[in-house]
Design a binder for this molecule. Structure first.
Ligand code: SF4
Length: 707
């Protein structure tokens, strides 16, 4: 069968199998899902990115389908001040619609906001954006992808005129002579990707990792640069300085394919390696060795991830590495280039089709009159009825319930109580709302605060498409229908549209195929052009790479071979200067604090904390600190500690490790409650991308003596 399903099915008969993809990260590993007598299991599947491999999260993903905590009925908060109580769909939807109407009639259309997620399928992301702009007619929509790779997206747009995580297939990593990973730890976040790193080194390539911690990935590297958090841009500028000094710049490429180099040359002239060493702690010899490995190899790939991007200067930091890649003539050269390792499952597609505050489908700008005309035409509404740009995620969340901010919020596929920076403040904002609606399949920390909770289908219960970190559009296939009482996000949006608009228009389609067909028309001619991507075409091969403007034309596995999608076809250098973190250490808060992930948990942990095998592998949060620091503070391994910043504190057991610098402490961000890392993080944001500074703030560390 071309749709990837082996259809023989029925209770007690031949098992049903579907070829699909893991529900979690942006690697979107191929897997086979099998339903045998009502029990779902995961089987390996050969797919070009993961080649049959899965991490522990993928192997155990089916466990949540029948989880005892699964939500199967809407919940309504008792208006008398009680908790959440089961309710009918009619009662829940009526409560939402009357609440939305009351808020909008009292405070205007923008008093309602929508918050989406990077795990939603392309169809849902598109429908959510349309629902906000057409059914609610609010400008306020954004999504948690803003917390993930928005800095790389903004840097890519300003340099290349396009934002696609990897502009080449993942397999290119295996052929790179030099591979530089900056702030990326795929050995823990995307373990099947490590096969490509192994292949690269077996072919004689060099792997260089830039990370403040000695991560599982850094341990495999030929060279590990361990900079102070927040100094990656100084490292990037110093590497380019050395490349210039040594004559490793590709002068022809710079002259023929780029603009703006002279300003960058002047800017990095002052970044001699000793200056970068003084700031970052990376020895001059290591900077020079890295520059040589980059500047003298044939095939070179530079990748950034959250470690470089989640800063108040994240866009400039990524730009520093993009400048380096351009100066070496990498983007568009076979087997070479710059890329970003996207994080969330559909972080790429989720930002292309309308969830971002400033964008319409196809990566169109919402303030572009021609883009508004095109999309309004597809939606059947006058262009002047479409709202203008909203505000980035943190700004939106921080305005909730305030006099000038939205009074009602609808959340789909996100858990900002755990994932937002300065989370206690955001939790307070959510409590101040007149109406909070959360659609989810488990009672996340955010859903627990809601006035209305709507139970939604899971990944294996509905069809759709996802776009992986390579820009490859994939098919997610349903193994079985949702359980009784559960609706899909598309059905929920259609139900709300019908009640708000009396039926016609808005996000009223419940069939994902119909939604995708409309998405194709809406994206046609845009930067992220899906017009030629059909479900059938995806089924015929291992996905389709966007841009793909025509069904009878080619897709685009590799970008930039001849030109960049900028007005003059050239990539653009931007001079960028290192600047300090938004919050520096001081006598009261003398340590750097940084956050990250662990192998067995995913994002805010709503799903993975409920999977038995993952809970056993990573049961609790921890605070990682160097034994020297622990010795100075009298802290033993496993003893409870408190990490305190100007914004709040977290409590968790200490984990002593020489993998971290003695001036820095680390905590994973997958847990809520007292161990919530984002109680501590800084809400300073990048001025271009709106990315919060998750990766560095100033803290003090204390032993907890009381029980
Ligand atoms: S690496 Fe990502 S996509 Fe692959 S199995 Fe693990 S979580 Fe799923």
């Amino acid at each position: 069968m071309t749709d990837g399903a082996h259809a023989a099915t029925g209770p007690g008969r031949t098992p049903r199998e579907v070829a699909t993809h893991c529900p979690y990260c942006a690697l979107q590993c191929g897997m086979t899902l099998r339903d045998e007598s009502g029990r779902a299991t995961v089987l390996p599947r050969q797919f070009p990115t993961n080649r049959g491999g899965l991490c522990q999260k993928g192997w155990t993903a089916a466990e949540l389908l029948d989880h005892p905590e699964r939500l199967t009925t809407p919940l309504l908060r008792d208006p008398a001040g009680g908790g959440l109580r089961p309710a009918s769909w009619a009662a829940a939807l009526d409560r939402i619609v009357s609440g939305l109407r009351a808020v909008q009639s009292g405070h205007g259309r923008d008093a309602v906001a929508v918050f989406g997620g990077g795990g939603l399928t392309n169809e849902k992301a598109y429908a959510l954006g349309k629902f906000a702009r057409v059914a609610l007619r609010t400008r306020h929509i954004d999504y948690n992808g803003r917390f993930c790779m928005s800095s790389a997206a903004a840097a890519g747009m300003r340099a290349f005129g396009i934002d696609r995580g990897l502009p080449f297939p993942l397999a290119d990593l295996g052929r790179a002579d030099t591979l530089l990973l900056v702030g990326a730890n795929p050995a823990e976040t995307m373990p099947p990707l490590v096969r490509w790193l192994t292949e690269q080194r077996e072919r004689g390539g060099r792997l260089i990792v830039v990370d403040p911690r000695v991560t599982a990935t850094a341990r495999q590297a030929d060279l590990h640069l361990q900079p102070l958090p927040g100094t990656d841009l100084a490292v990037a500028n110093a590497l380019l300085h050395v490349a210039l000094t040594e004559g490793w710049i590709d002068r022809d490429y710079v002259a023929d394919r780029t603009s703006g180099f002279e300003a960058v040359r002047r800017a990095v002239a002052g970044w001699w390696p000793a200056r970068a060493e003084a700031l970052s702690g990376v020895p001059v010899a290591d900077l020079e060795a890295t520059a040589r490995a980059l500047g003298t190899a044939e095939r070179v790939i530079i990748l950034t991830a959250r470690g470089a991007e989640q800063h108040a200067k994240g866009v400039d930091t990524v730009t520093g590495f993009v400048n380096l890649a351009l100066a070496l003539g990498l983007p568009g050269r076979p087997g070479s280039g710059y890329g970003c390792l996207t994080g969330q499952g559909n972080g790429q597609g989720g930002r292309e089709h309308g969830q971002k505050a400033d964008q319409l489908p196809g990566y169109r700008r919402i303030d572009d009159p021609a883009a508004r005309e095109h999309v309004a035409g597809v939606w059947g509404v006058p262009a002047d009825e479409l709202p203008g740009p909203g505000v980035p995620a943190y700004e939106l969340l921080d305005s909730l319930g305030t006099p000038a901010g939205p009074k009602a919020l609808l959340v789909f596929g996100s858990n900002p109580v755990v994932s937002a920076p300065r989370a206690a403040r955001i939790e307070g904002r959510l409590r101040d709302l007149d109406l909070l609606v959360v659609a989810d399949f488990l009672l996340s920390e955010t859903a627990a605060l809601a006035d209305v909770v709507l139970p939604t289908a899971q990944w294996a219960e509905e069809d759709g498409t996802m776009t992986n970190l390579e820009g490859r559009v994939l098919r997610r296939r349903a193994l079985r229908p949702p359980p009784p009482g559960v609706r899909t996000d598309l059905e929920i949006l259609a139900d709300l549209t019908a009640r708000l608009r009396g039926g016609a228009g808005g996000a009223d389609a419940t069939d994902p195929r119909v939604v995708f067909a409309e998405l194709r028309r809406a994206s046609a001619g845009g930067i992220a052009d899906y017009a030629g991507v059909s479900w059938e075409r995806i089924d015929e091969r291992d996905g389709v790479f966007w841009p793909c403007p025509a069904e009878d034309g080619p897709d685009t596995p590799r970008l930039f071979a001849d030109r960049f999608p900028t007005p003059d076809g050239r990539a653009r250098f931007h001079a960028v200067e290192h600047r300090p973190a938004a919050e520096e250490v001081c006598a009261e808060y003398p340590l750097h604090f940084t956050t990250g992930r662990v192998l067995a948990q995913y994002q805010s942990g709503t799903q993975t904390r409920r999977v038995a095998a993952l809970r056993r592998a990573a049961p609790d949060a921890f605070v990682e600190l160097h034994p020297d620091l622990a010795g100075r503070l009298g802290i033993g391994d496993g003893e409870p500690v408190r990490v305190v910043s100007r914004r709040g504190e977290l409590r968790a057991p200490a984990r002593l490790s020489t993998a971290i610098r003695p001036d820095t402490v680390f905590a994973p961000f997958h847990w809520g409650g007292a161990a919530r890392a984002n109680s501590v993080t800084n809400d300073a944001v990048d001025p271009v991308s709106g990315m919060p500074e998750f990766k560095i703030c100033a803290v003090r560390l204390e032993r907890v003596d009381e029980p």
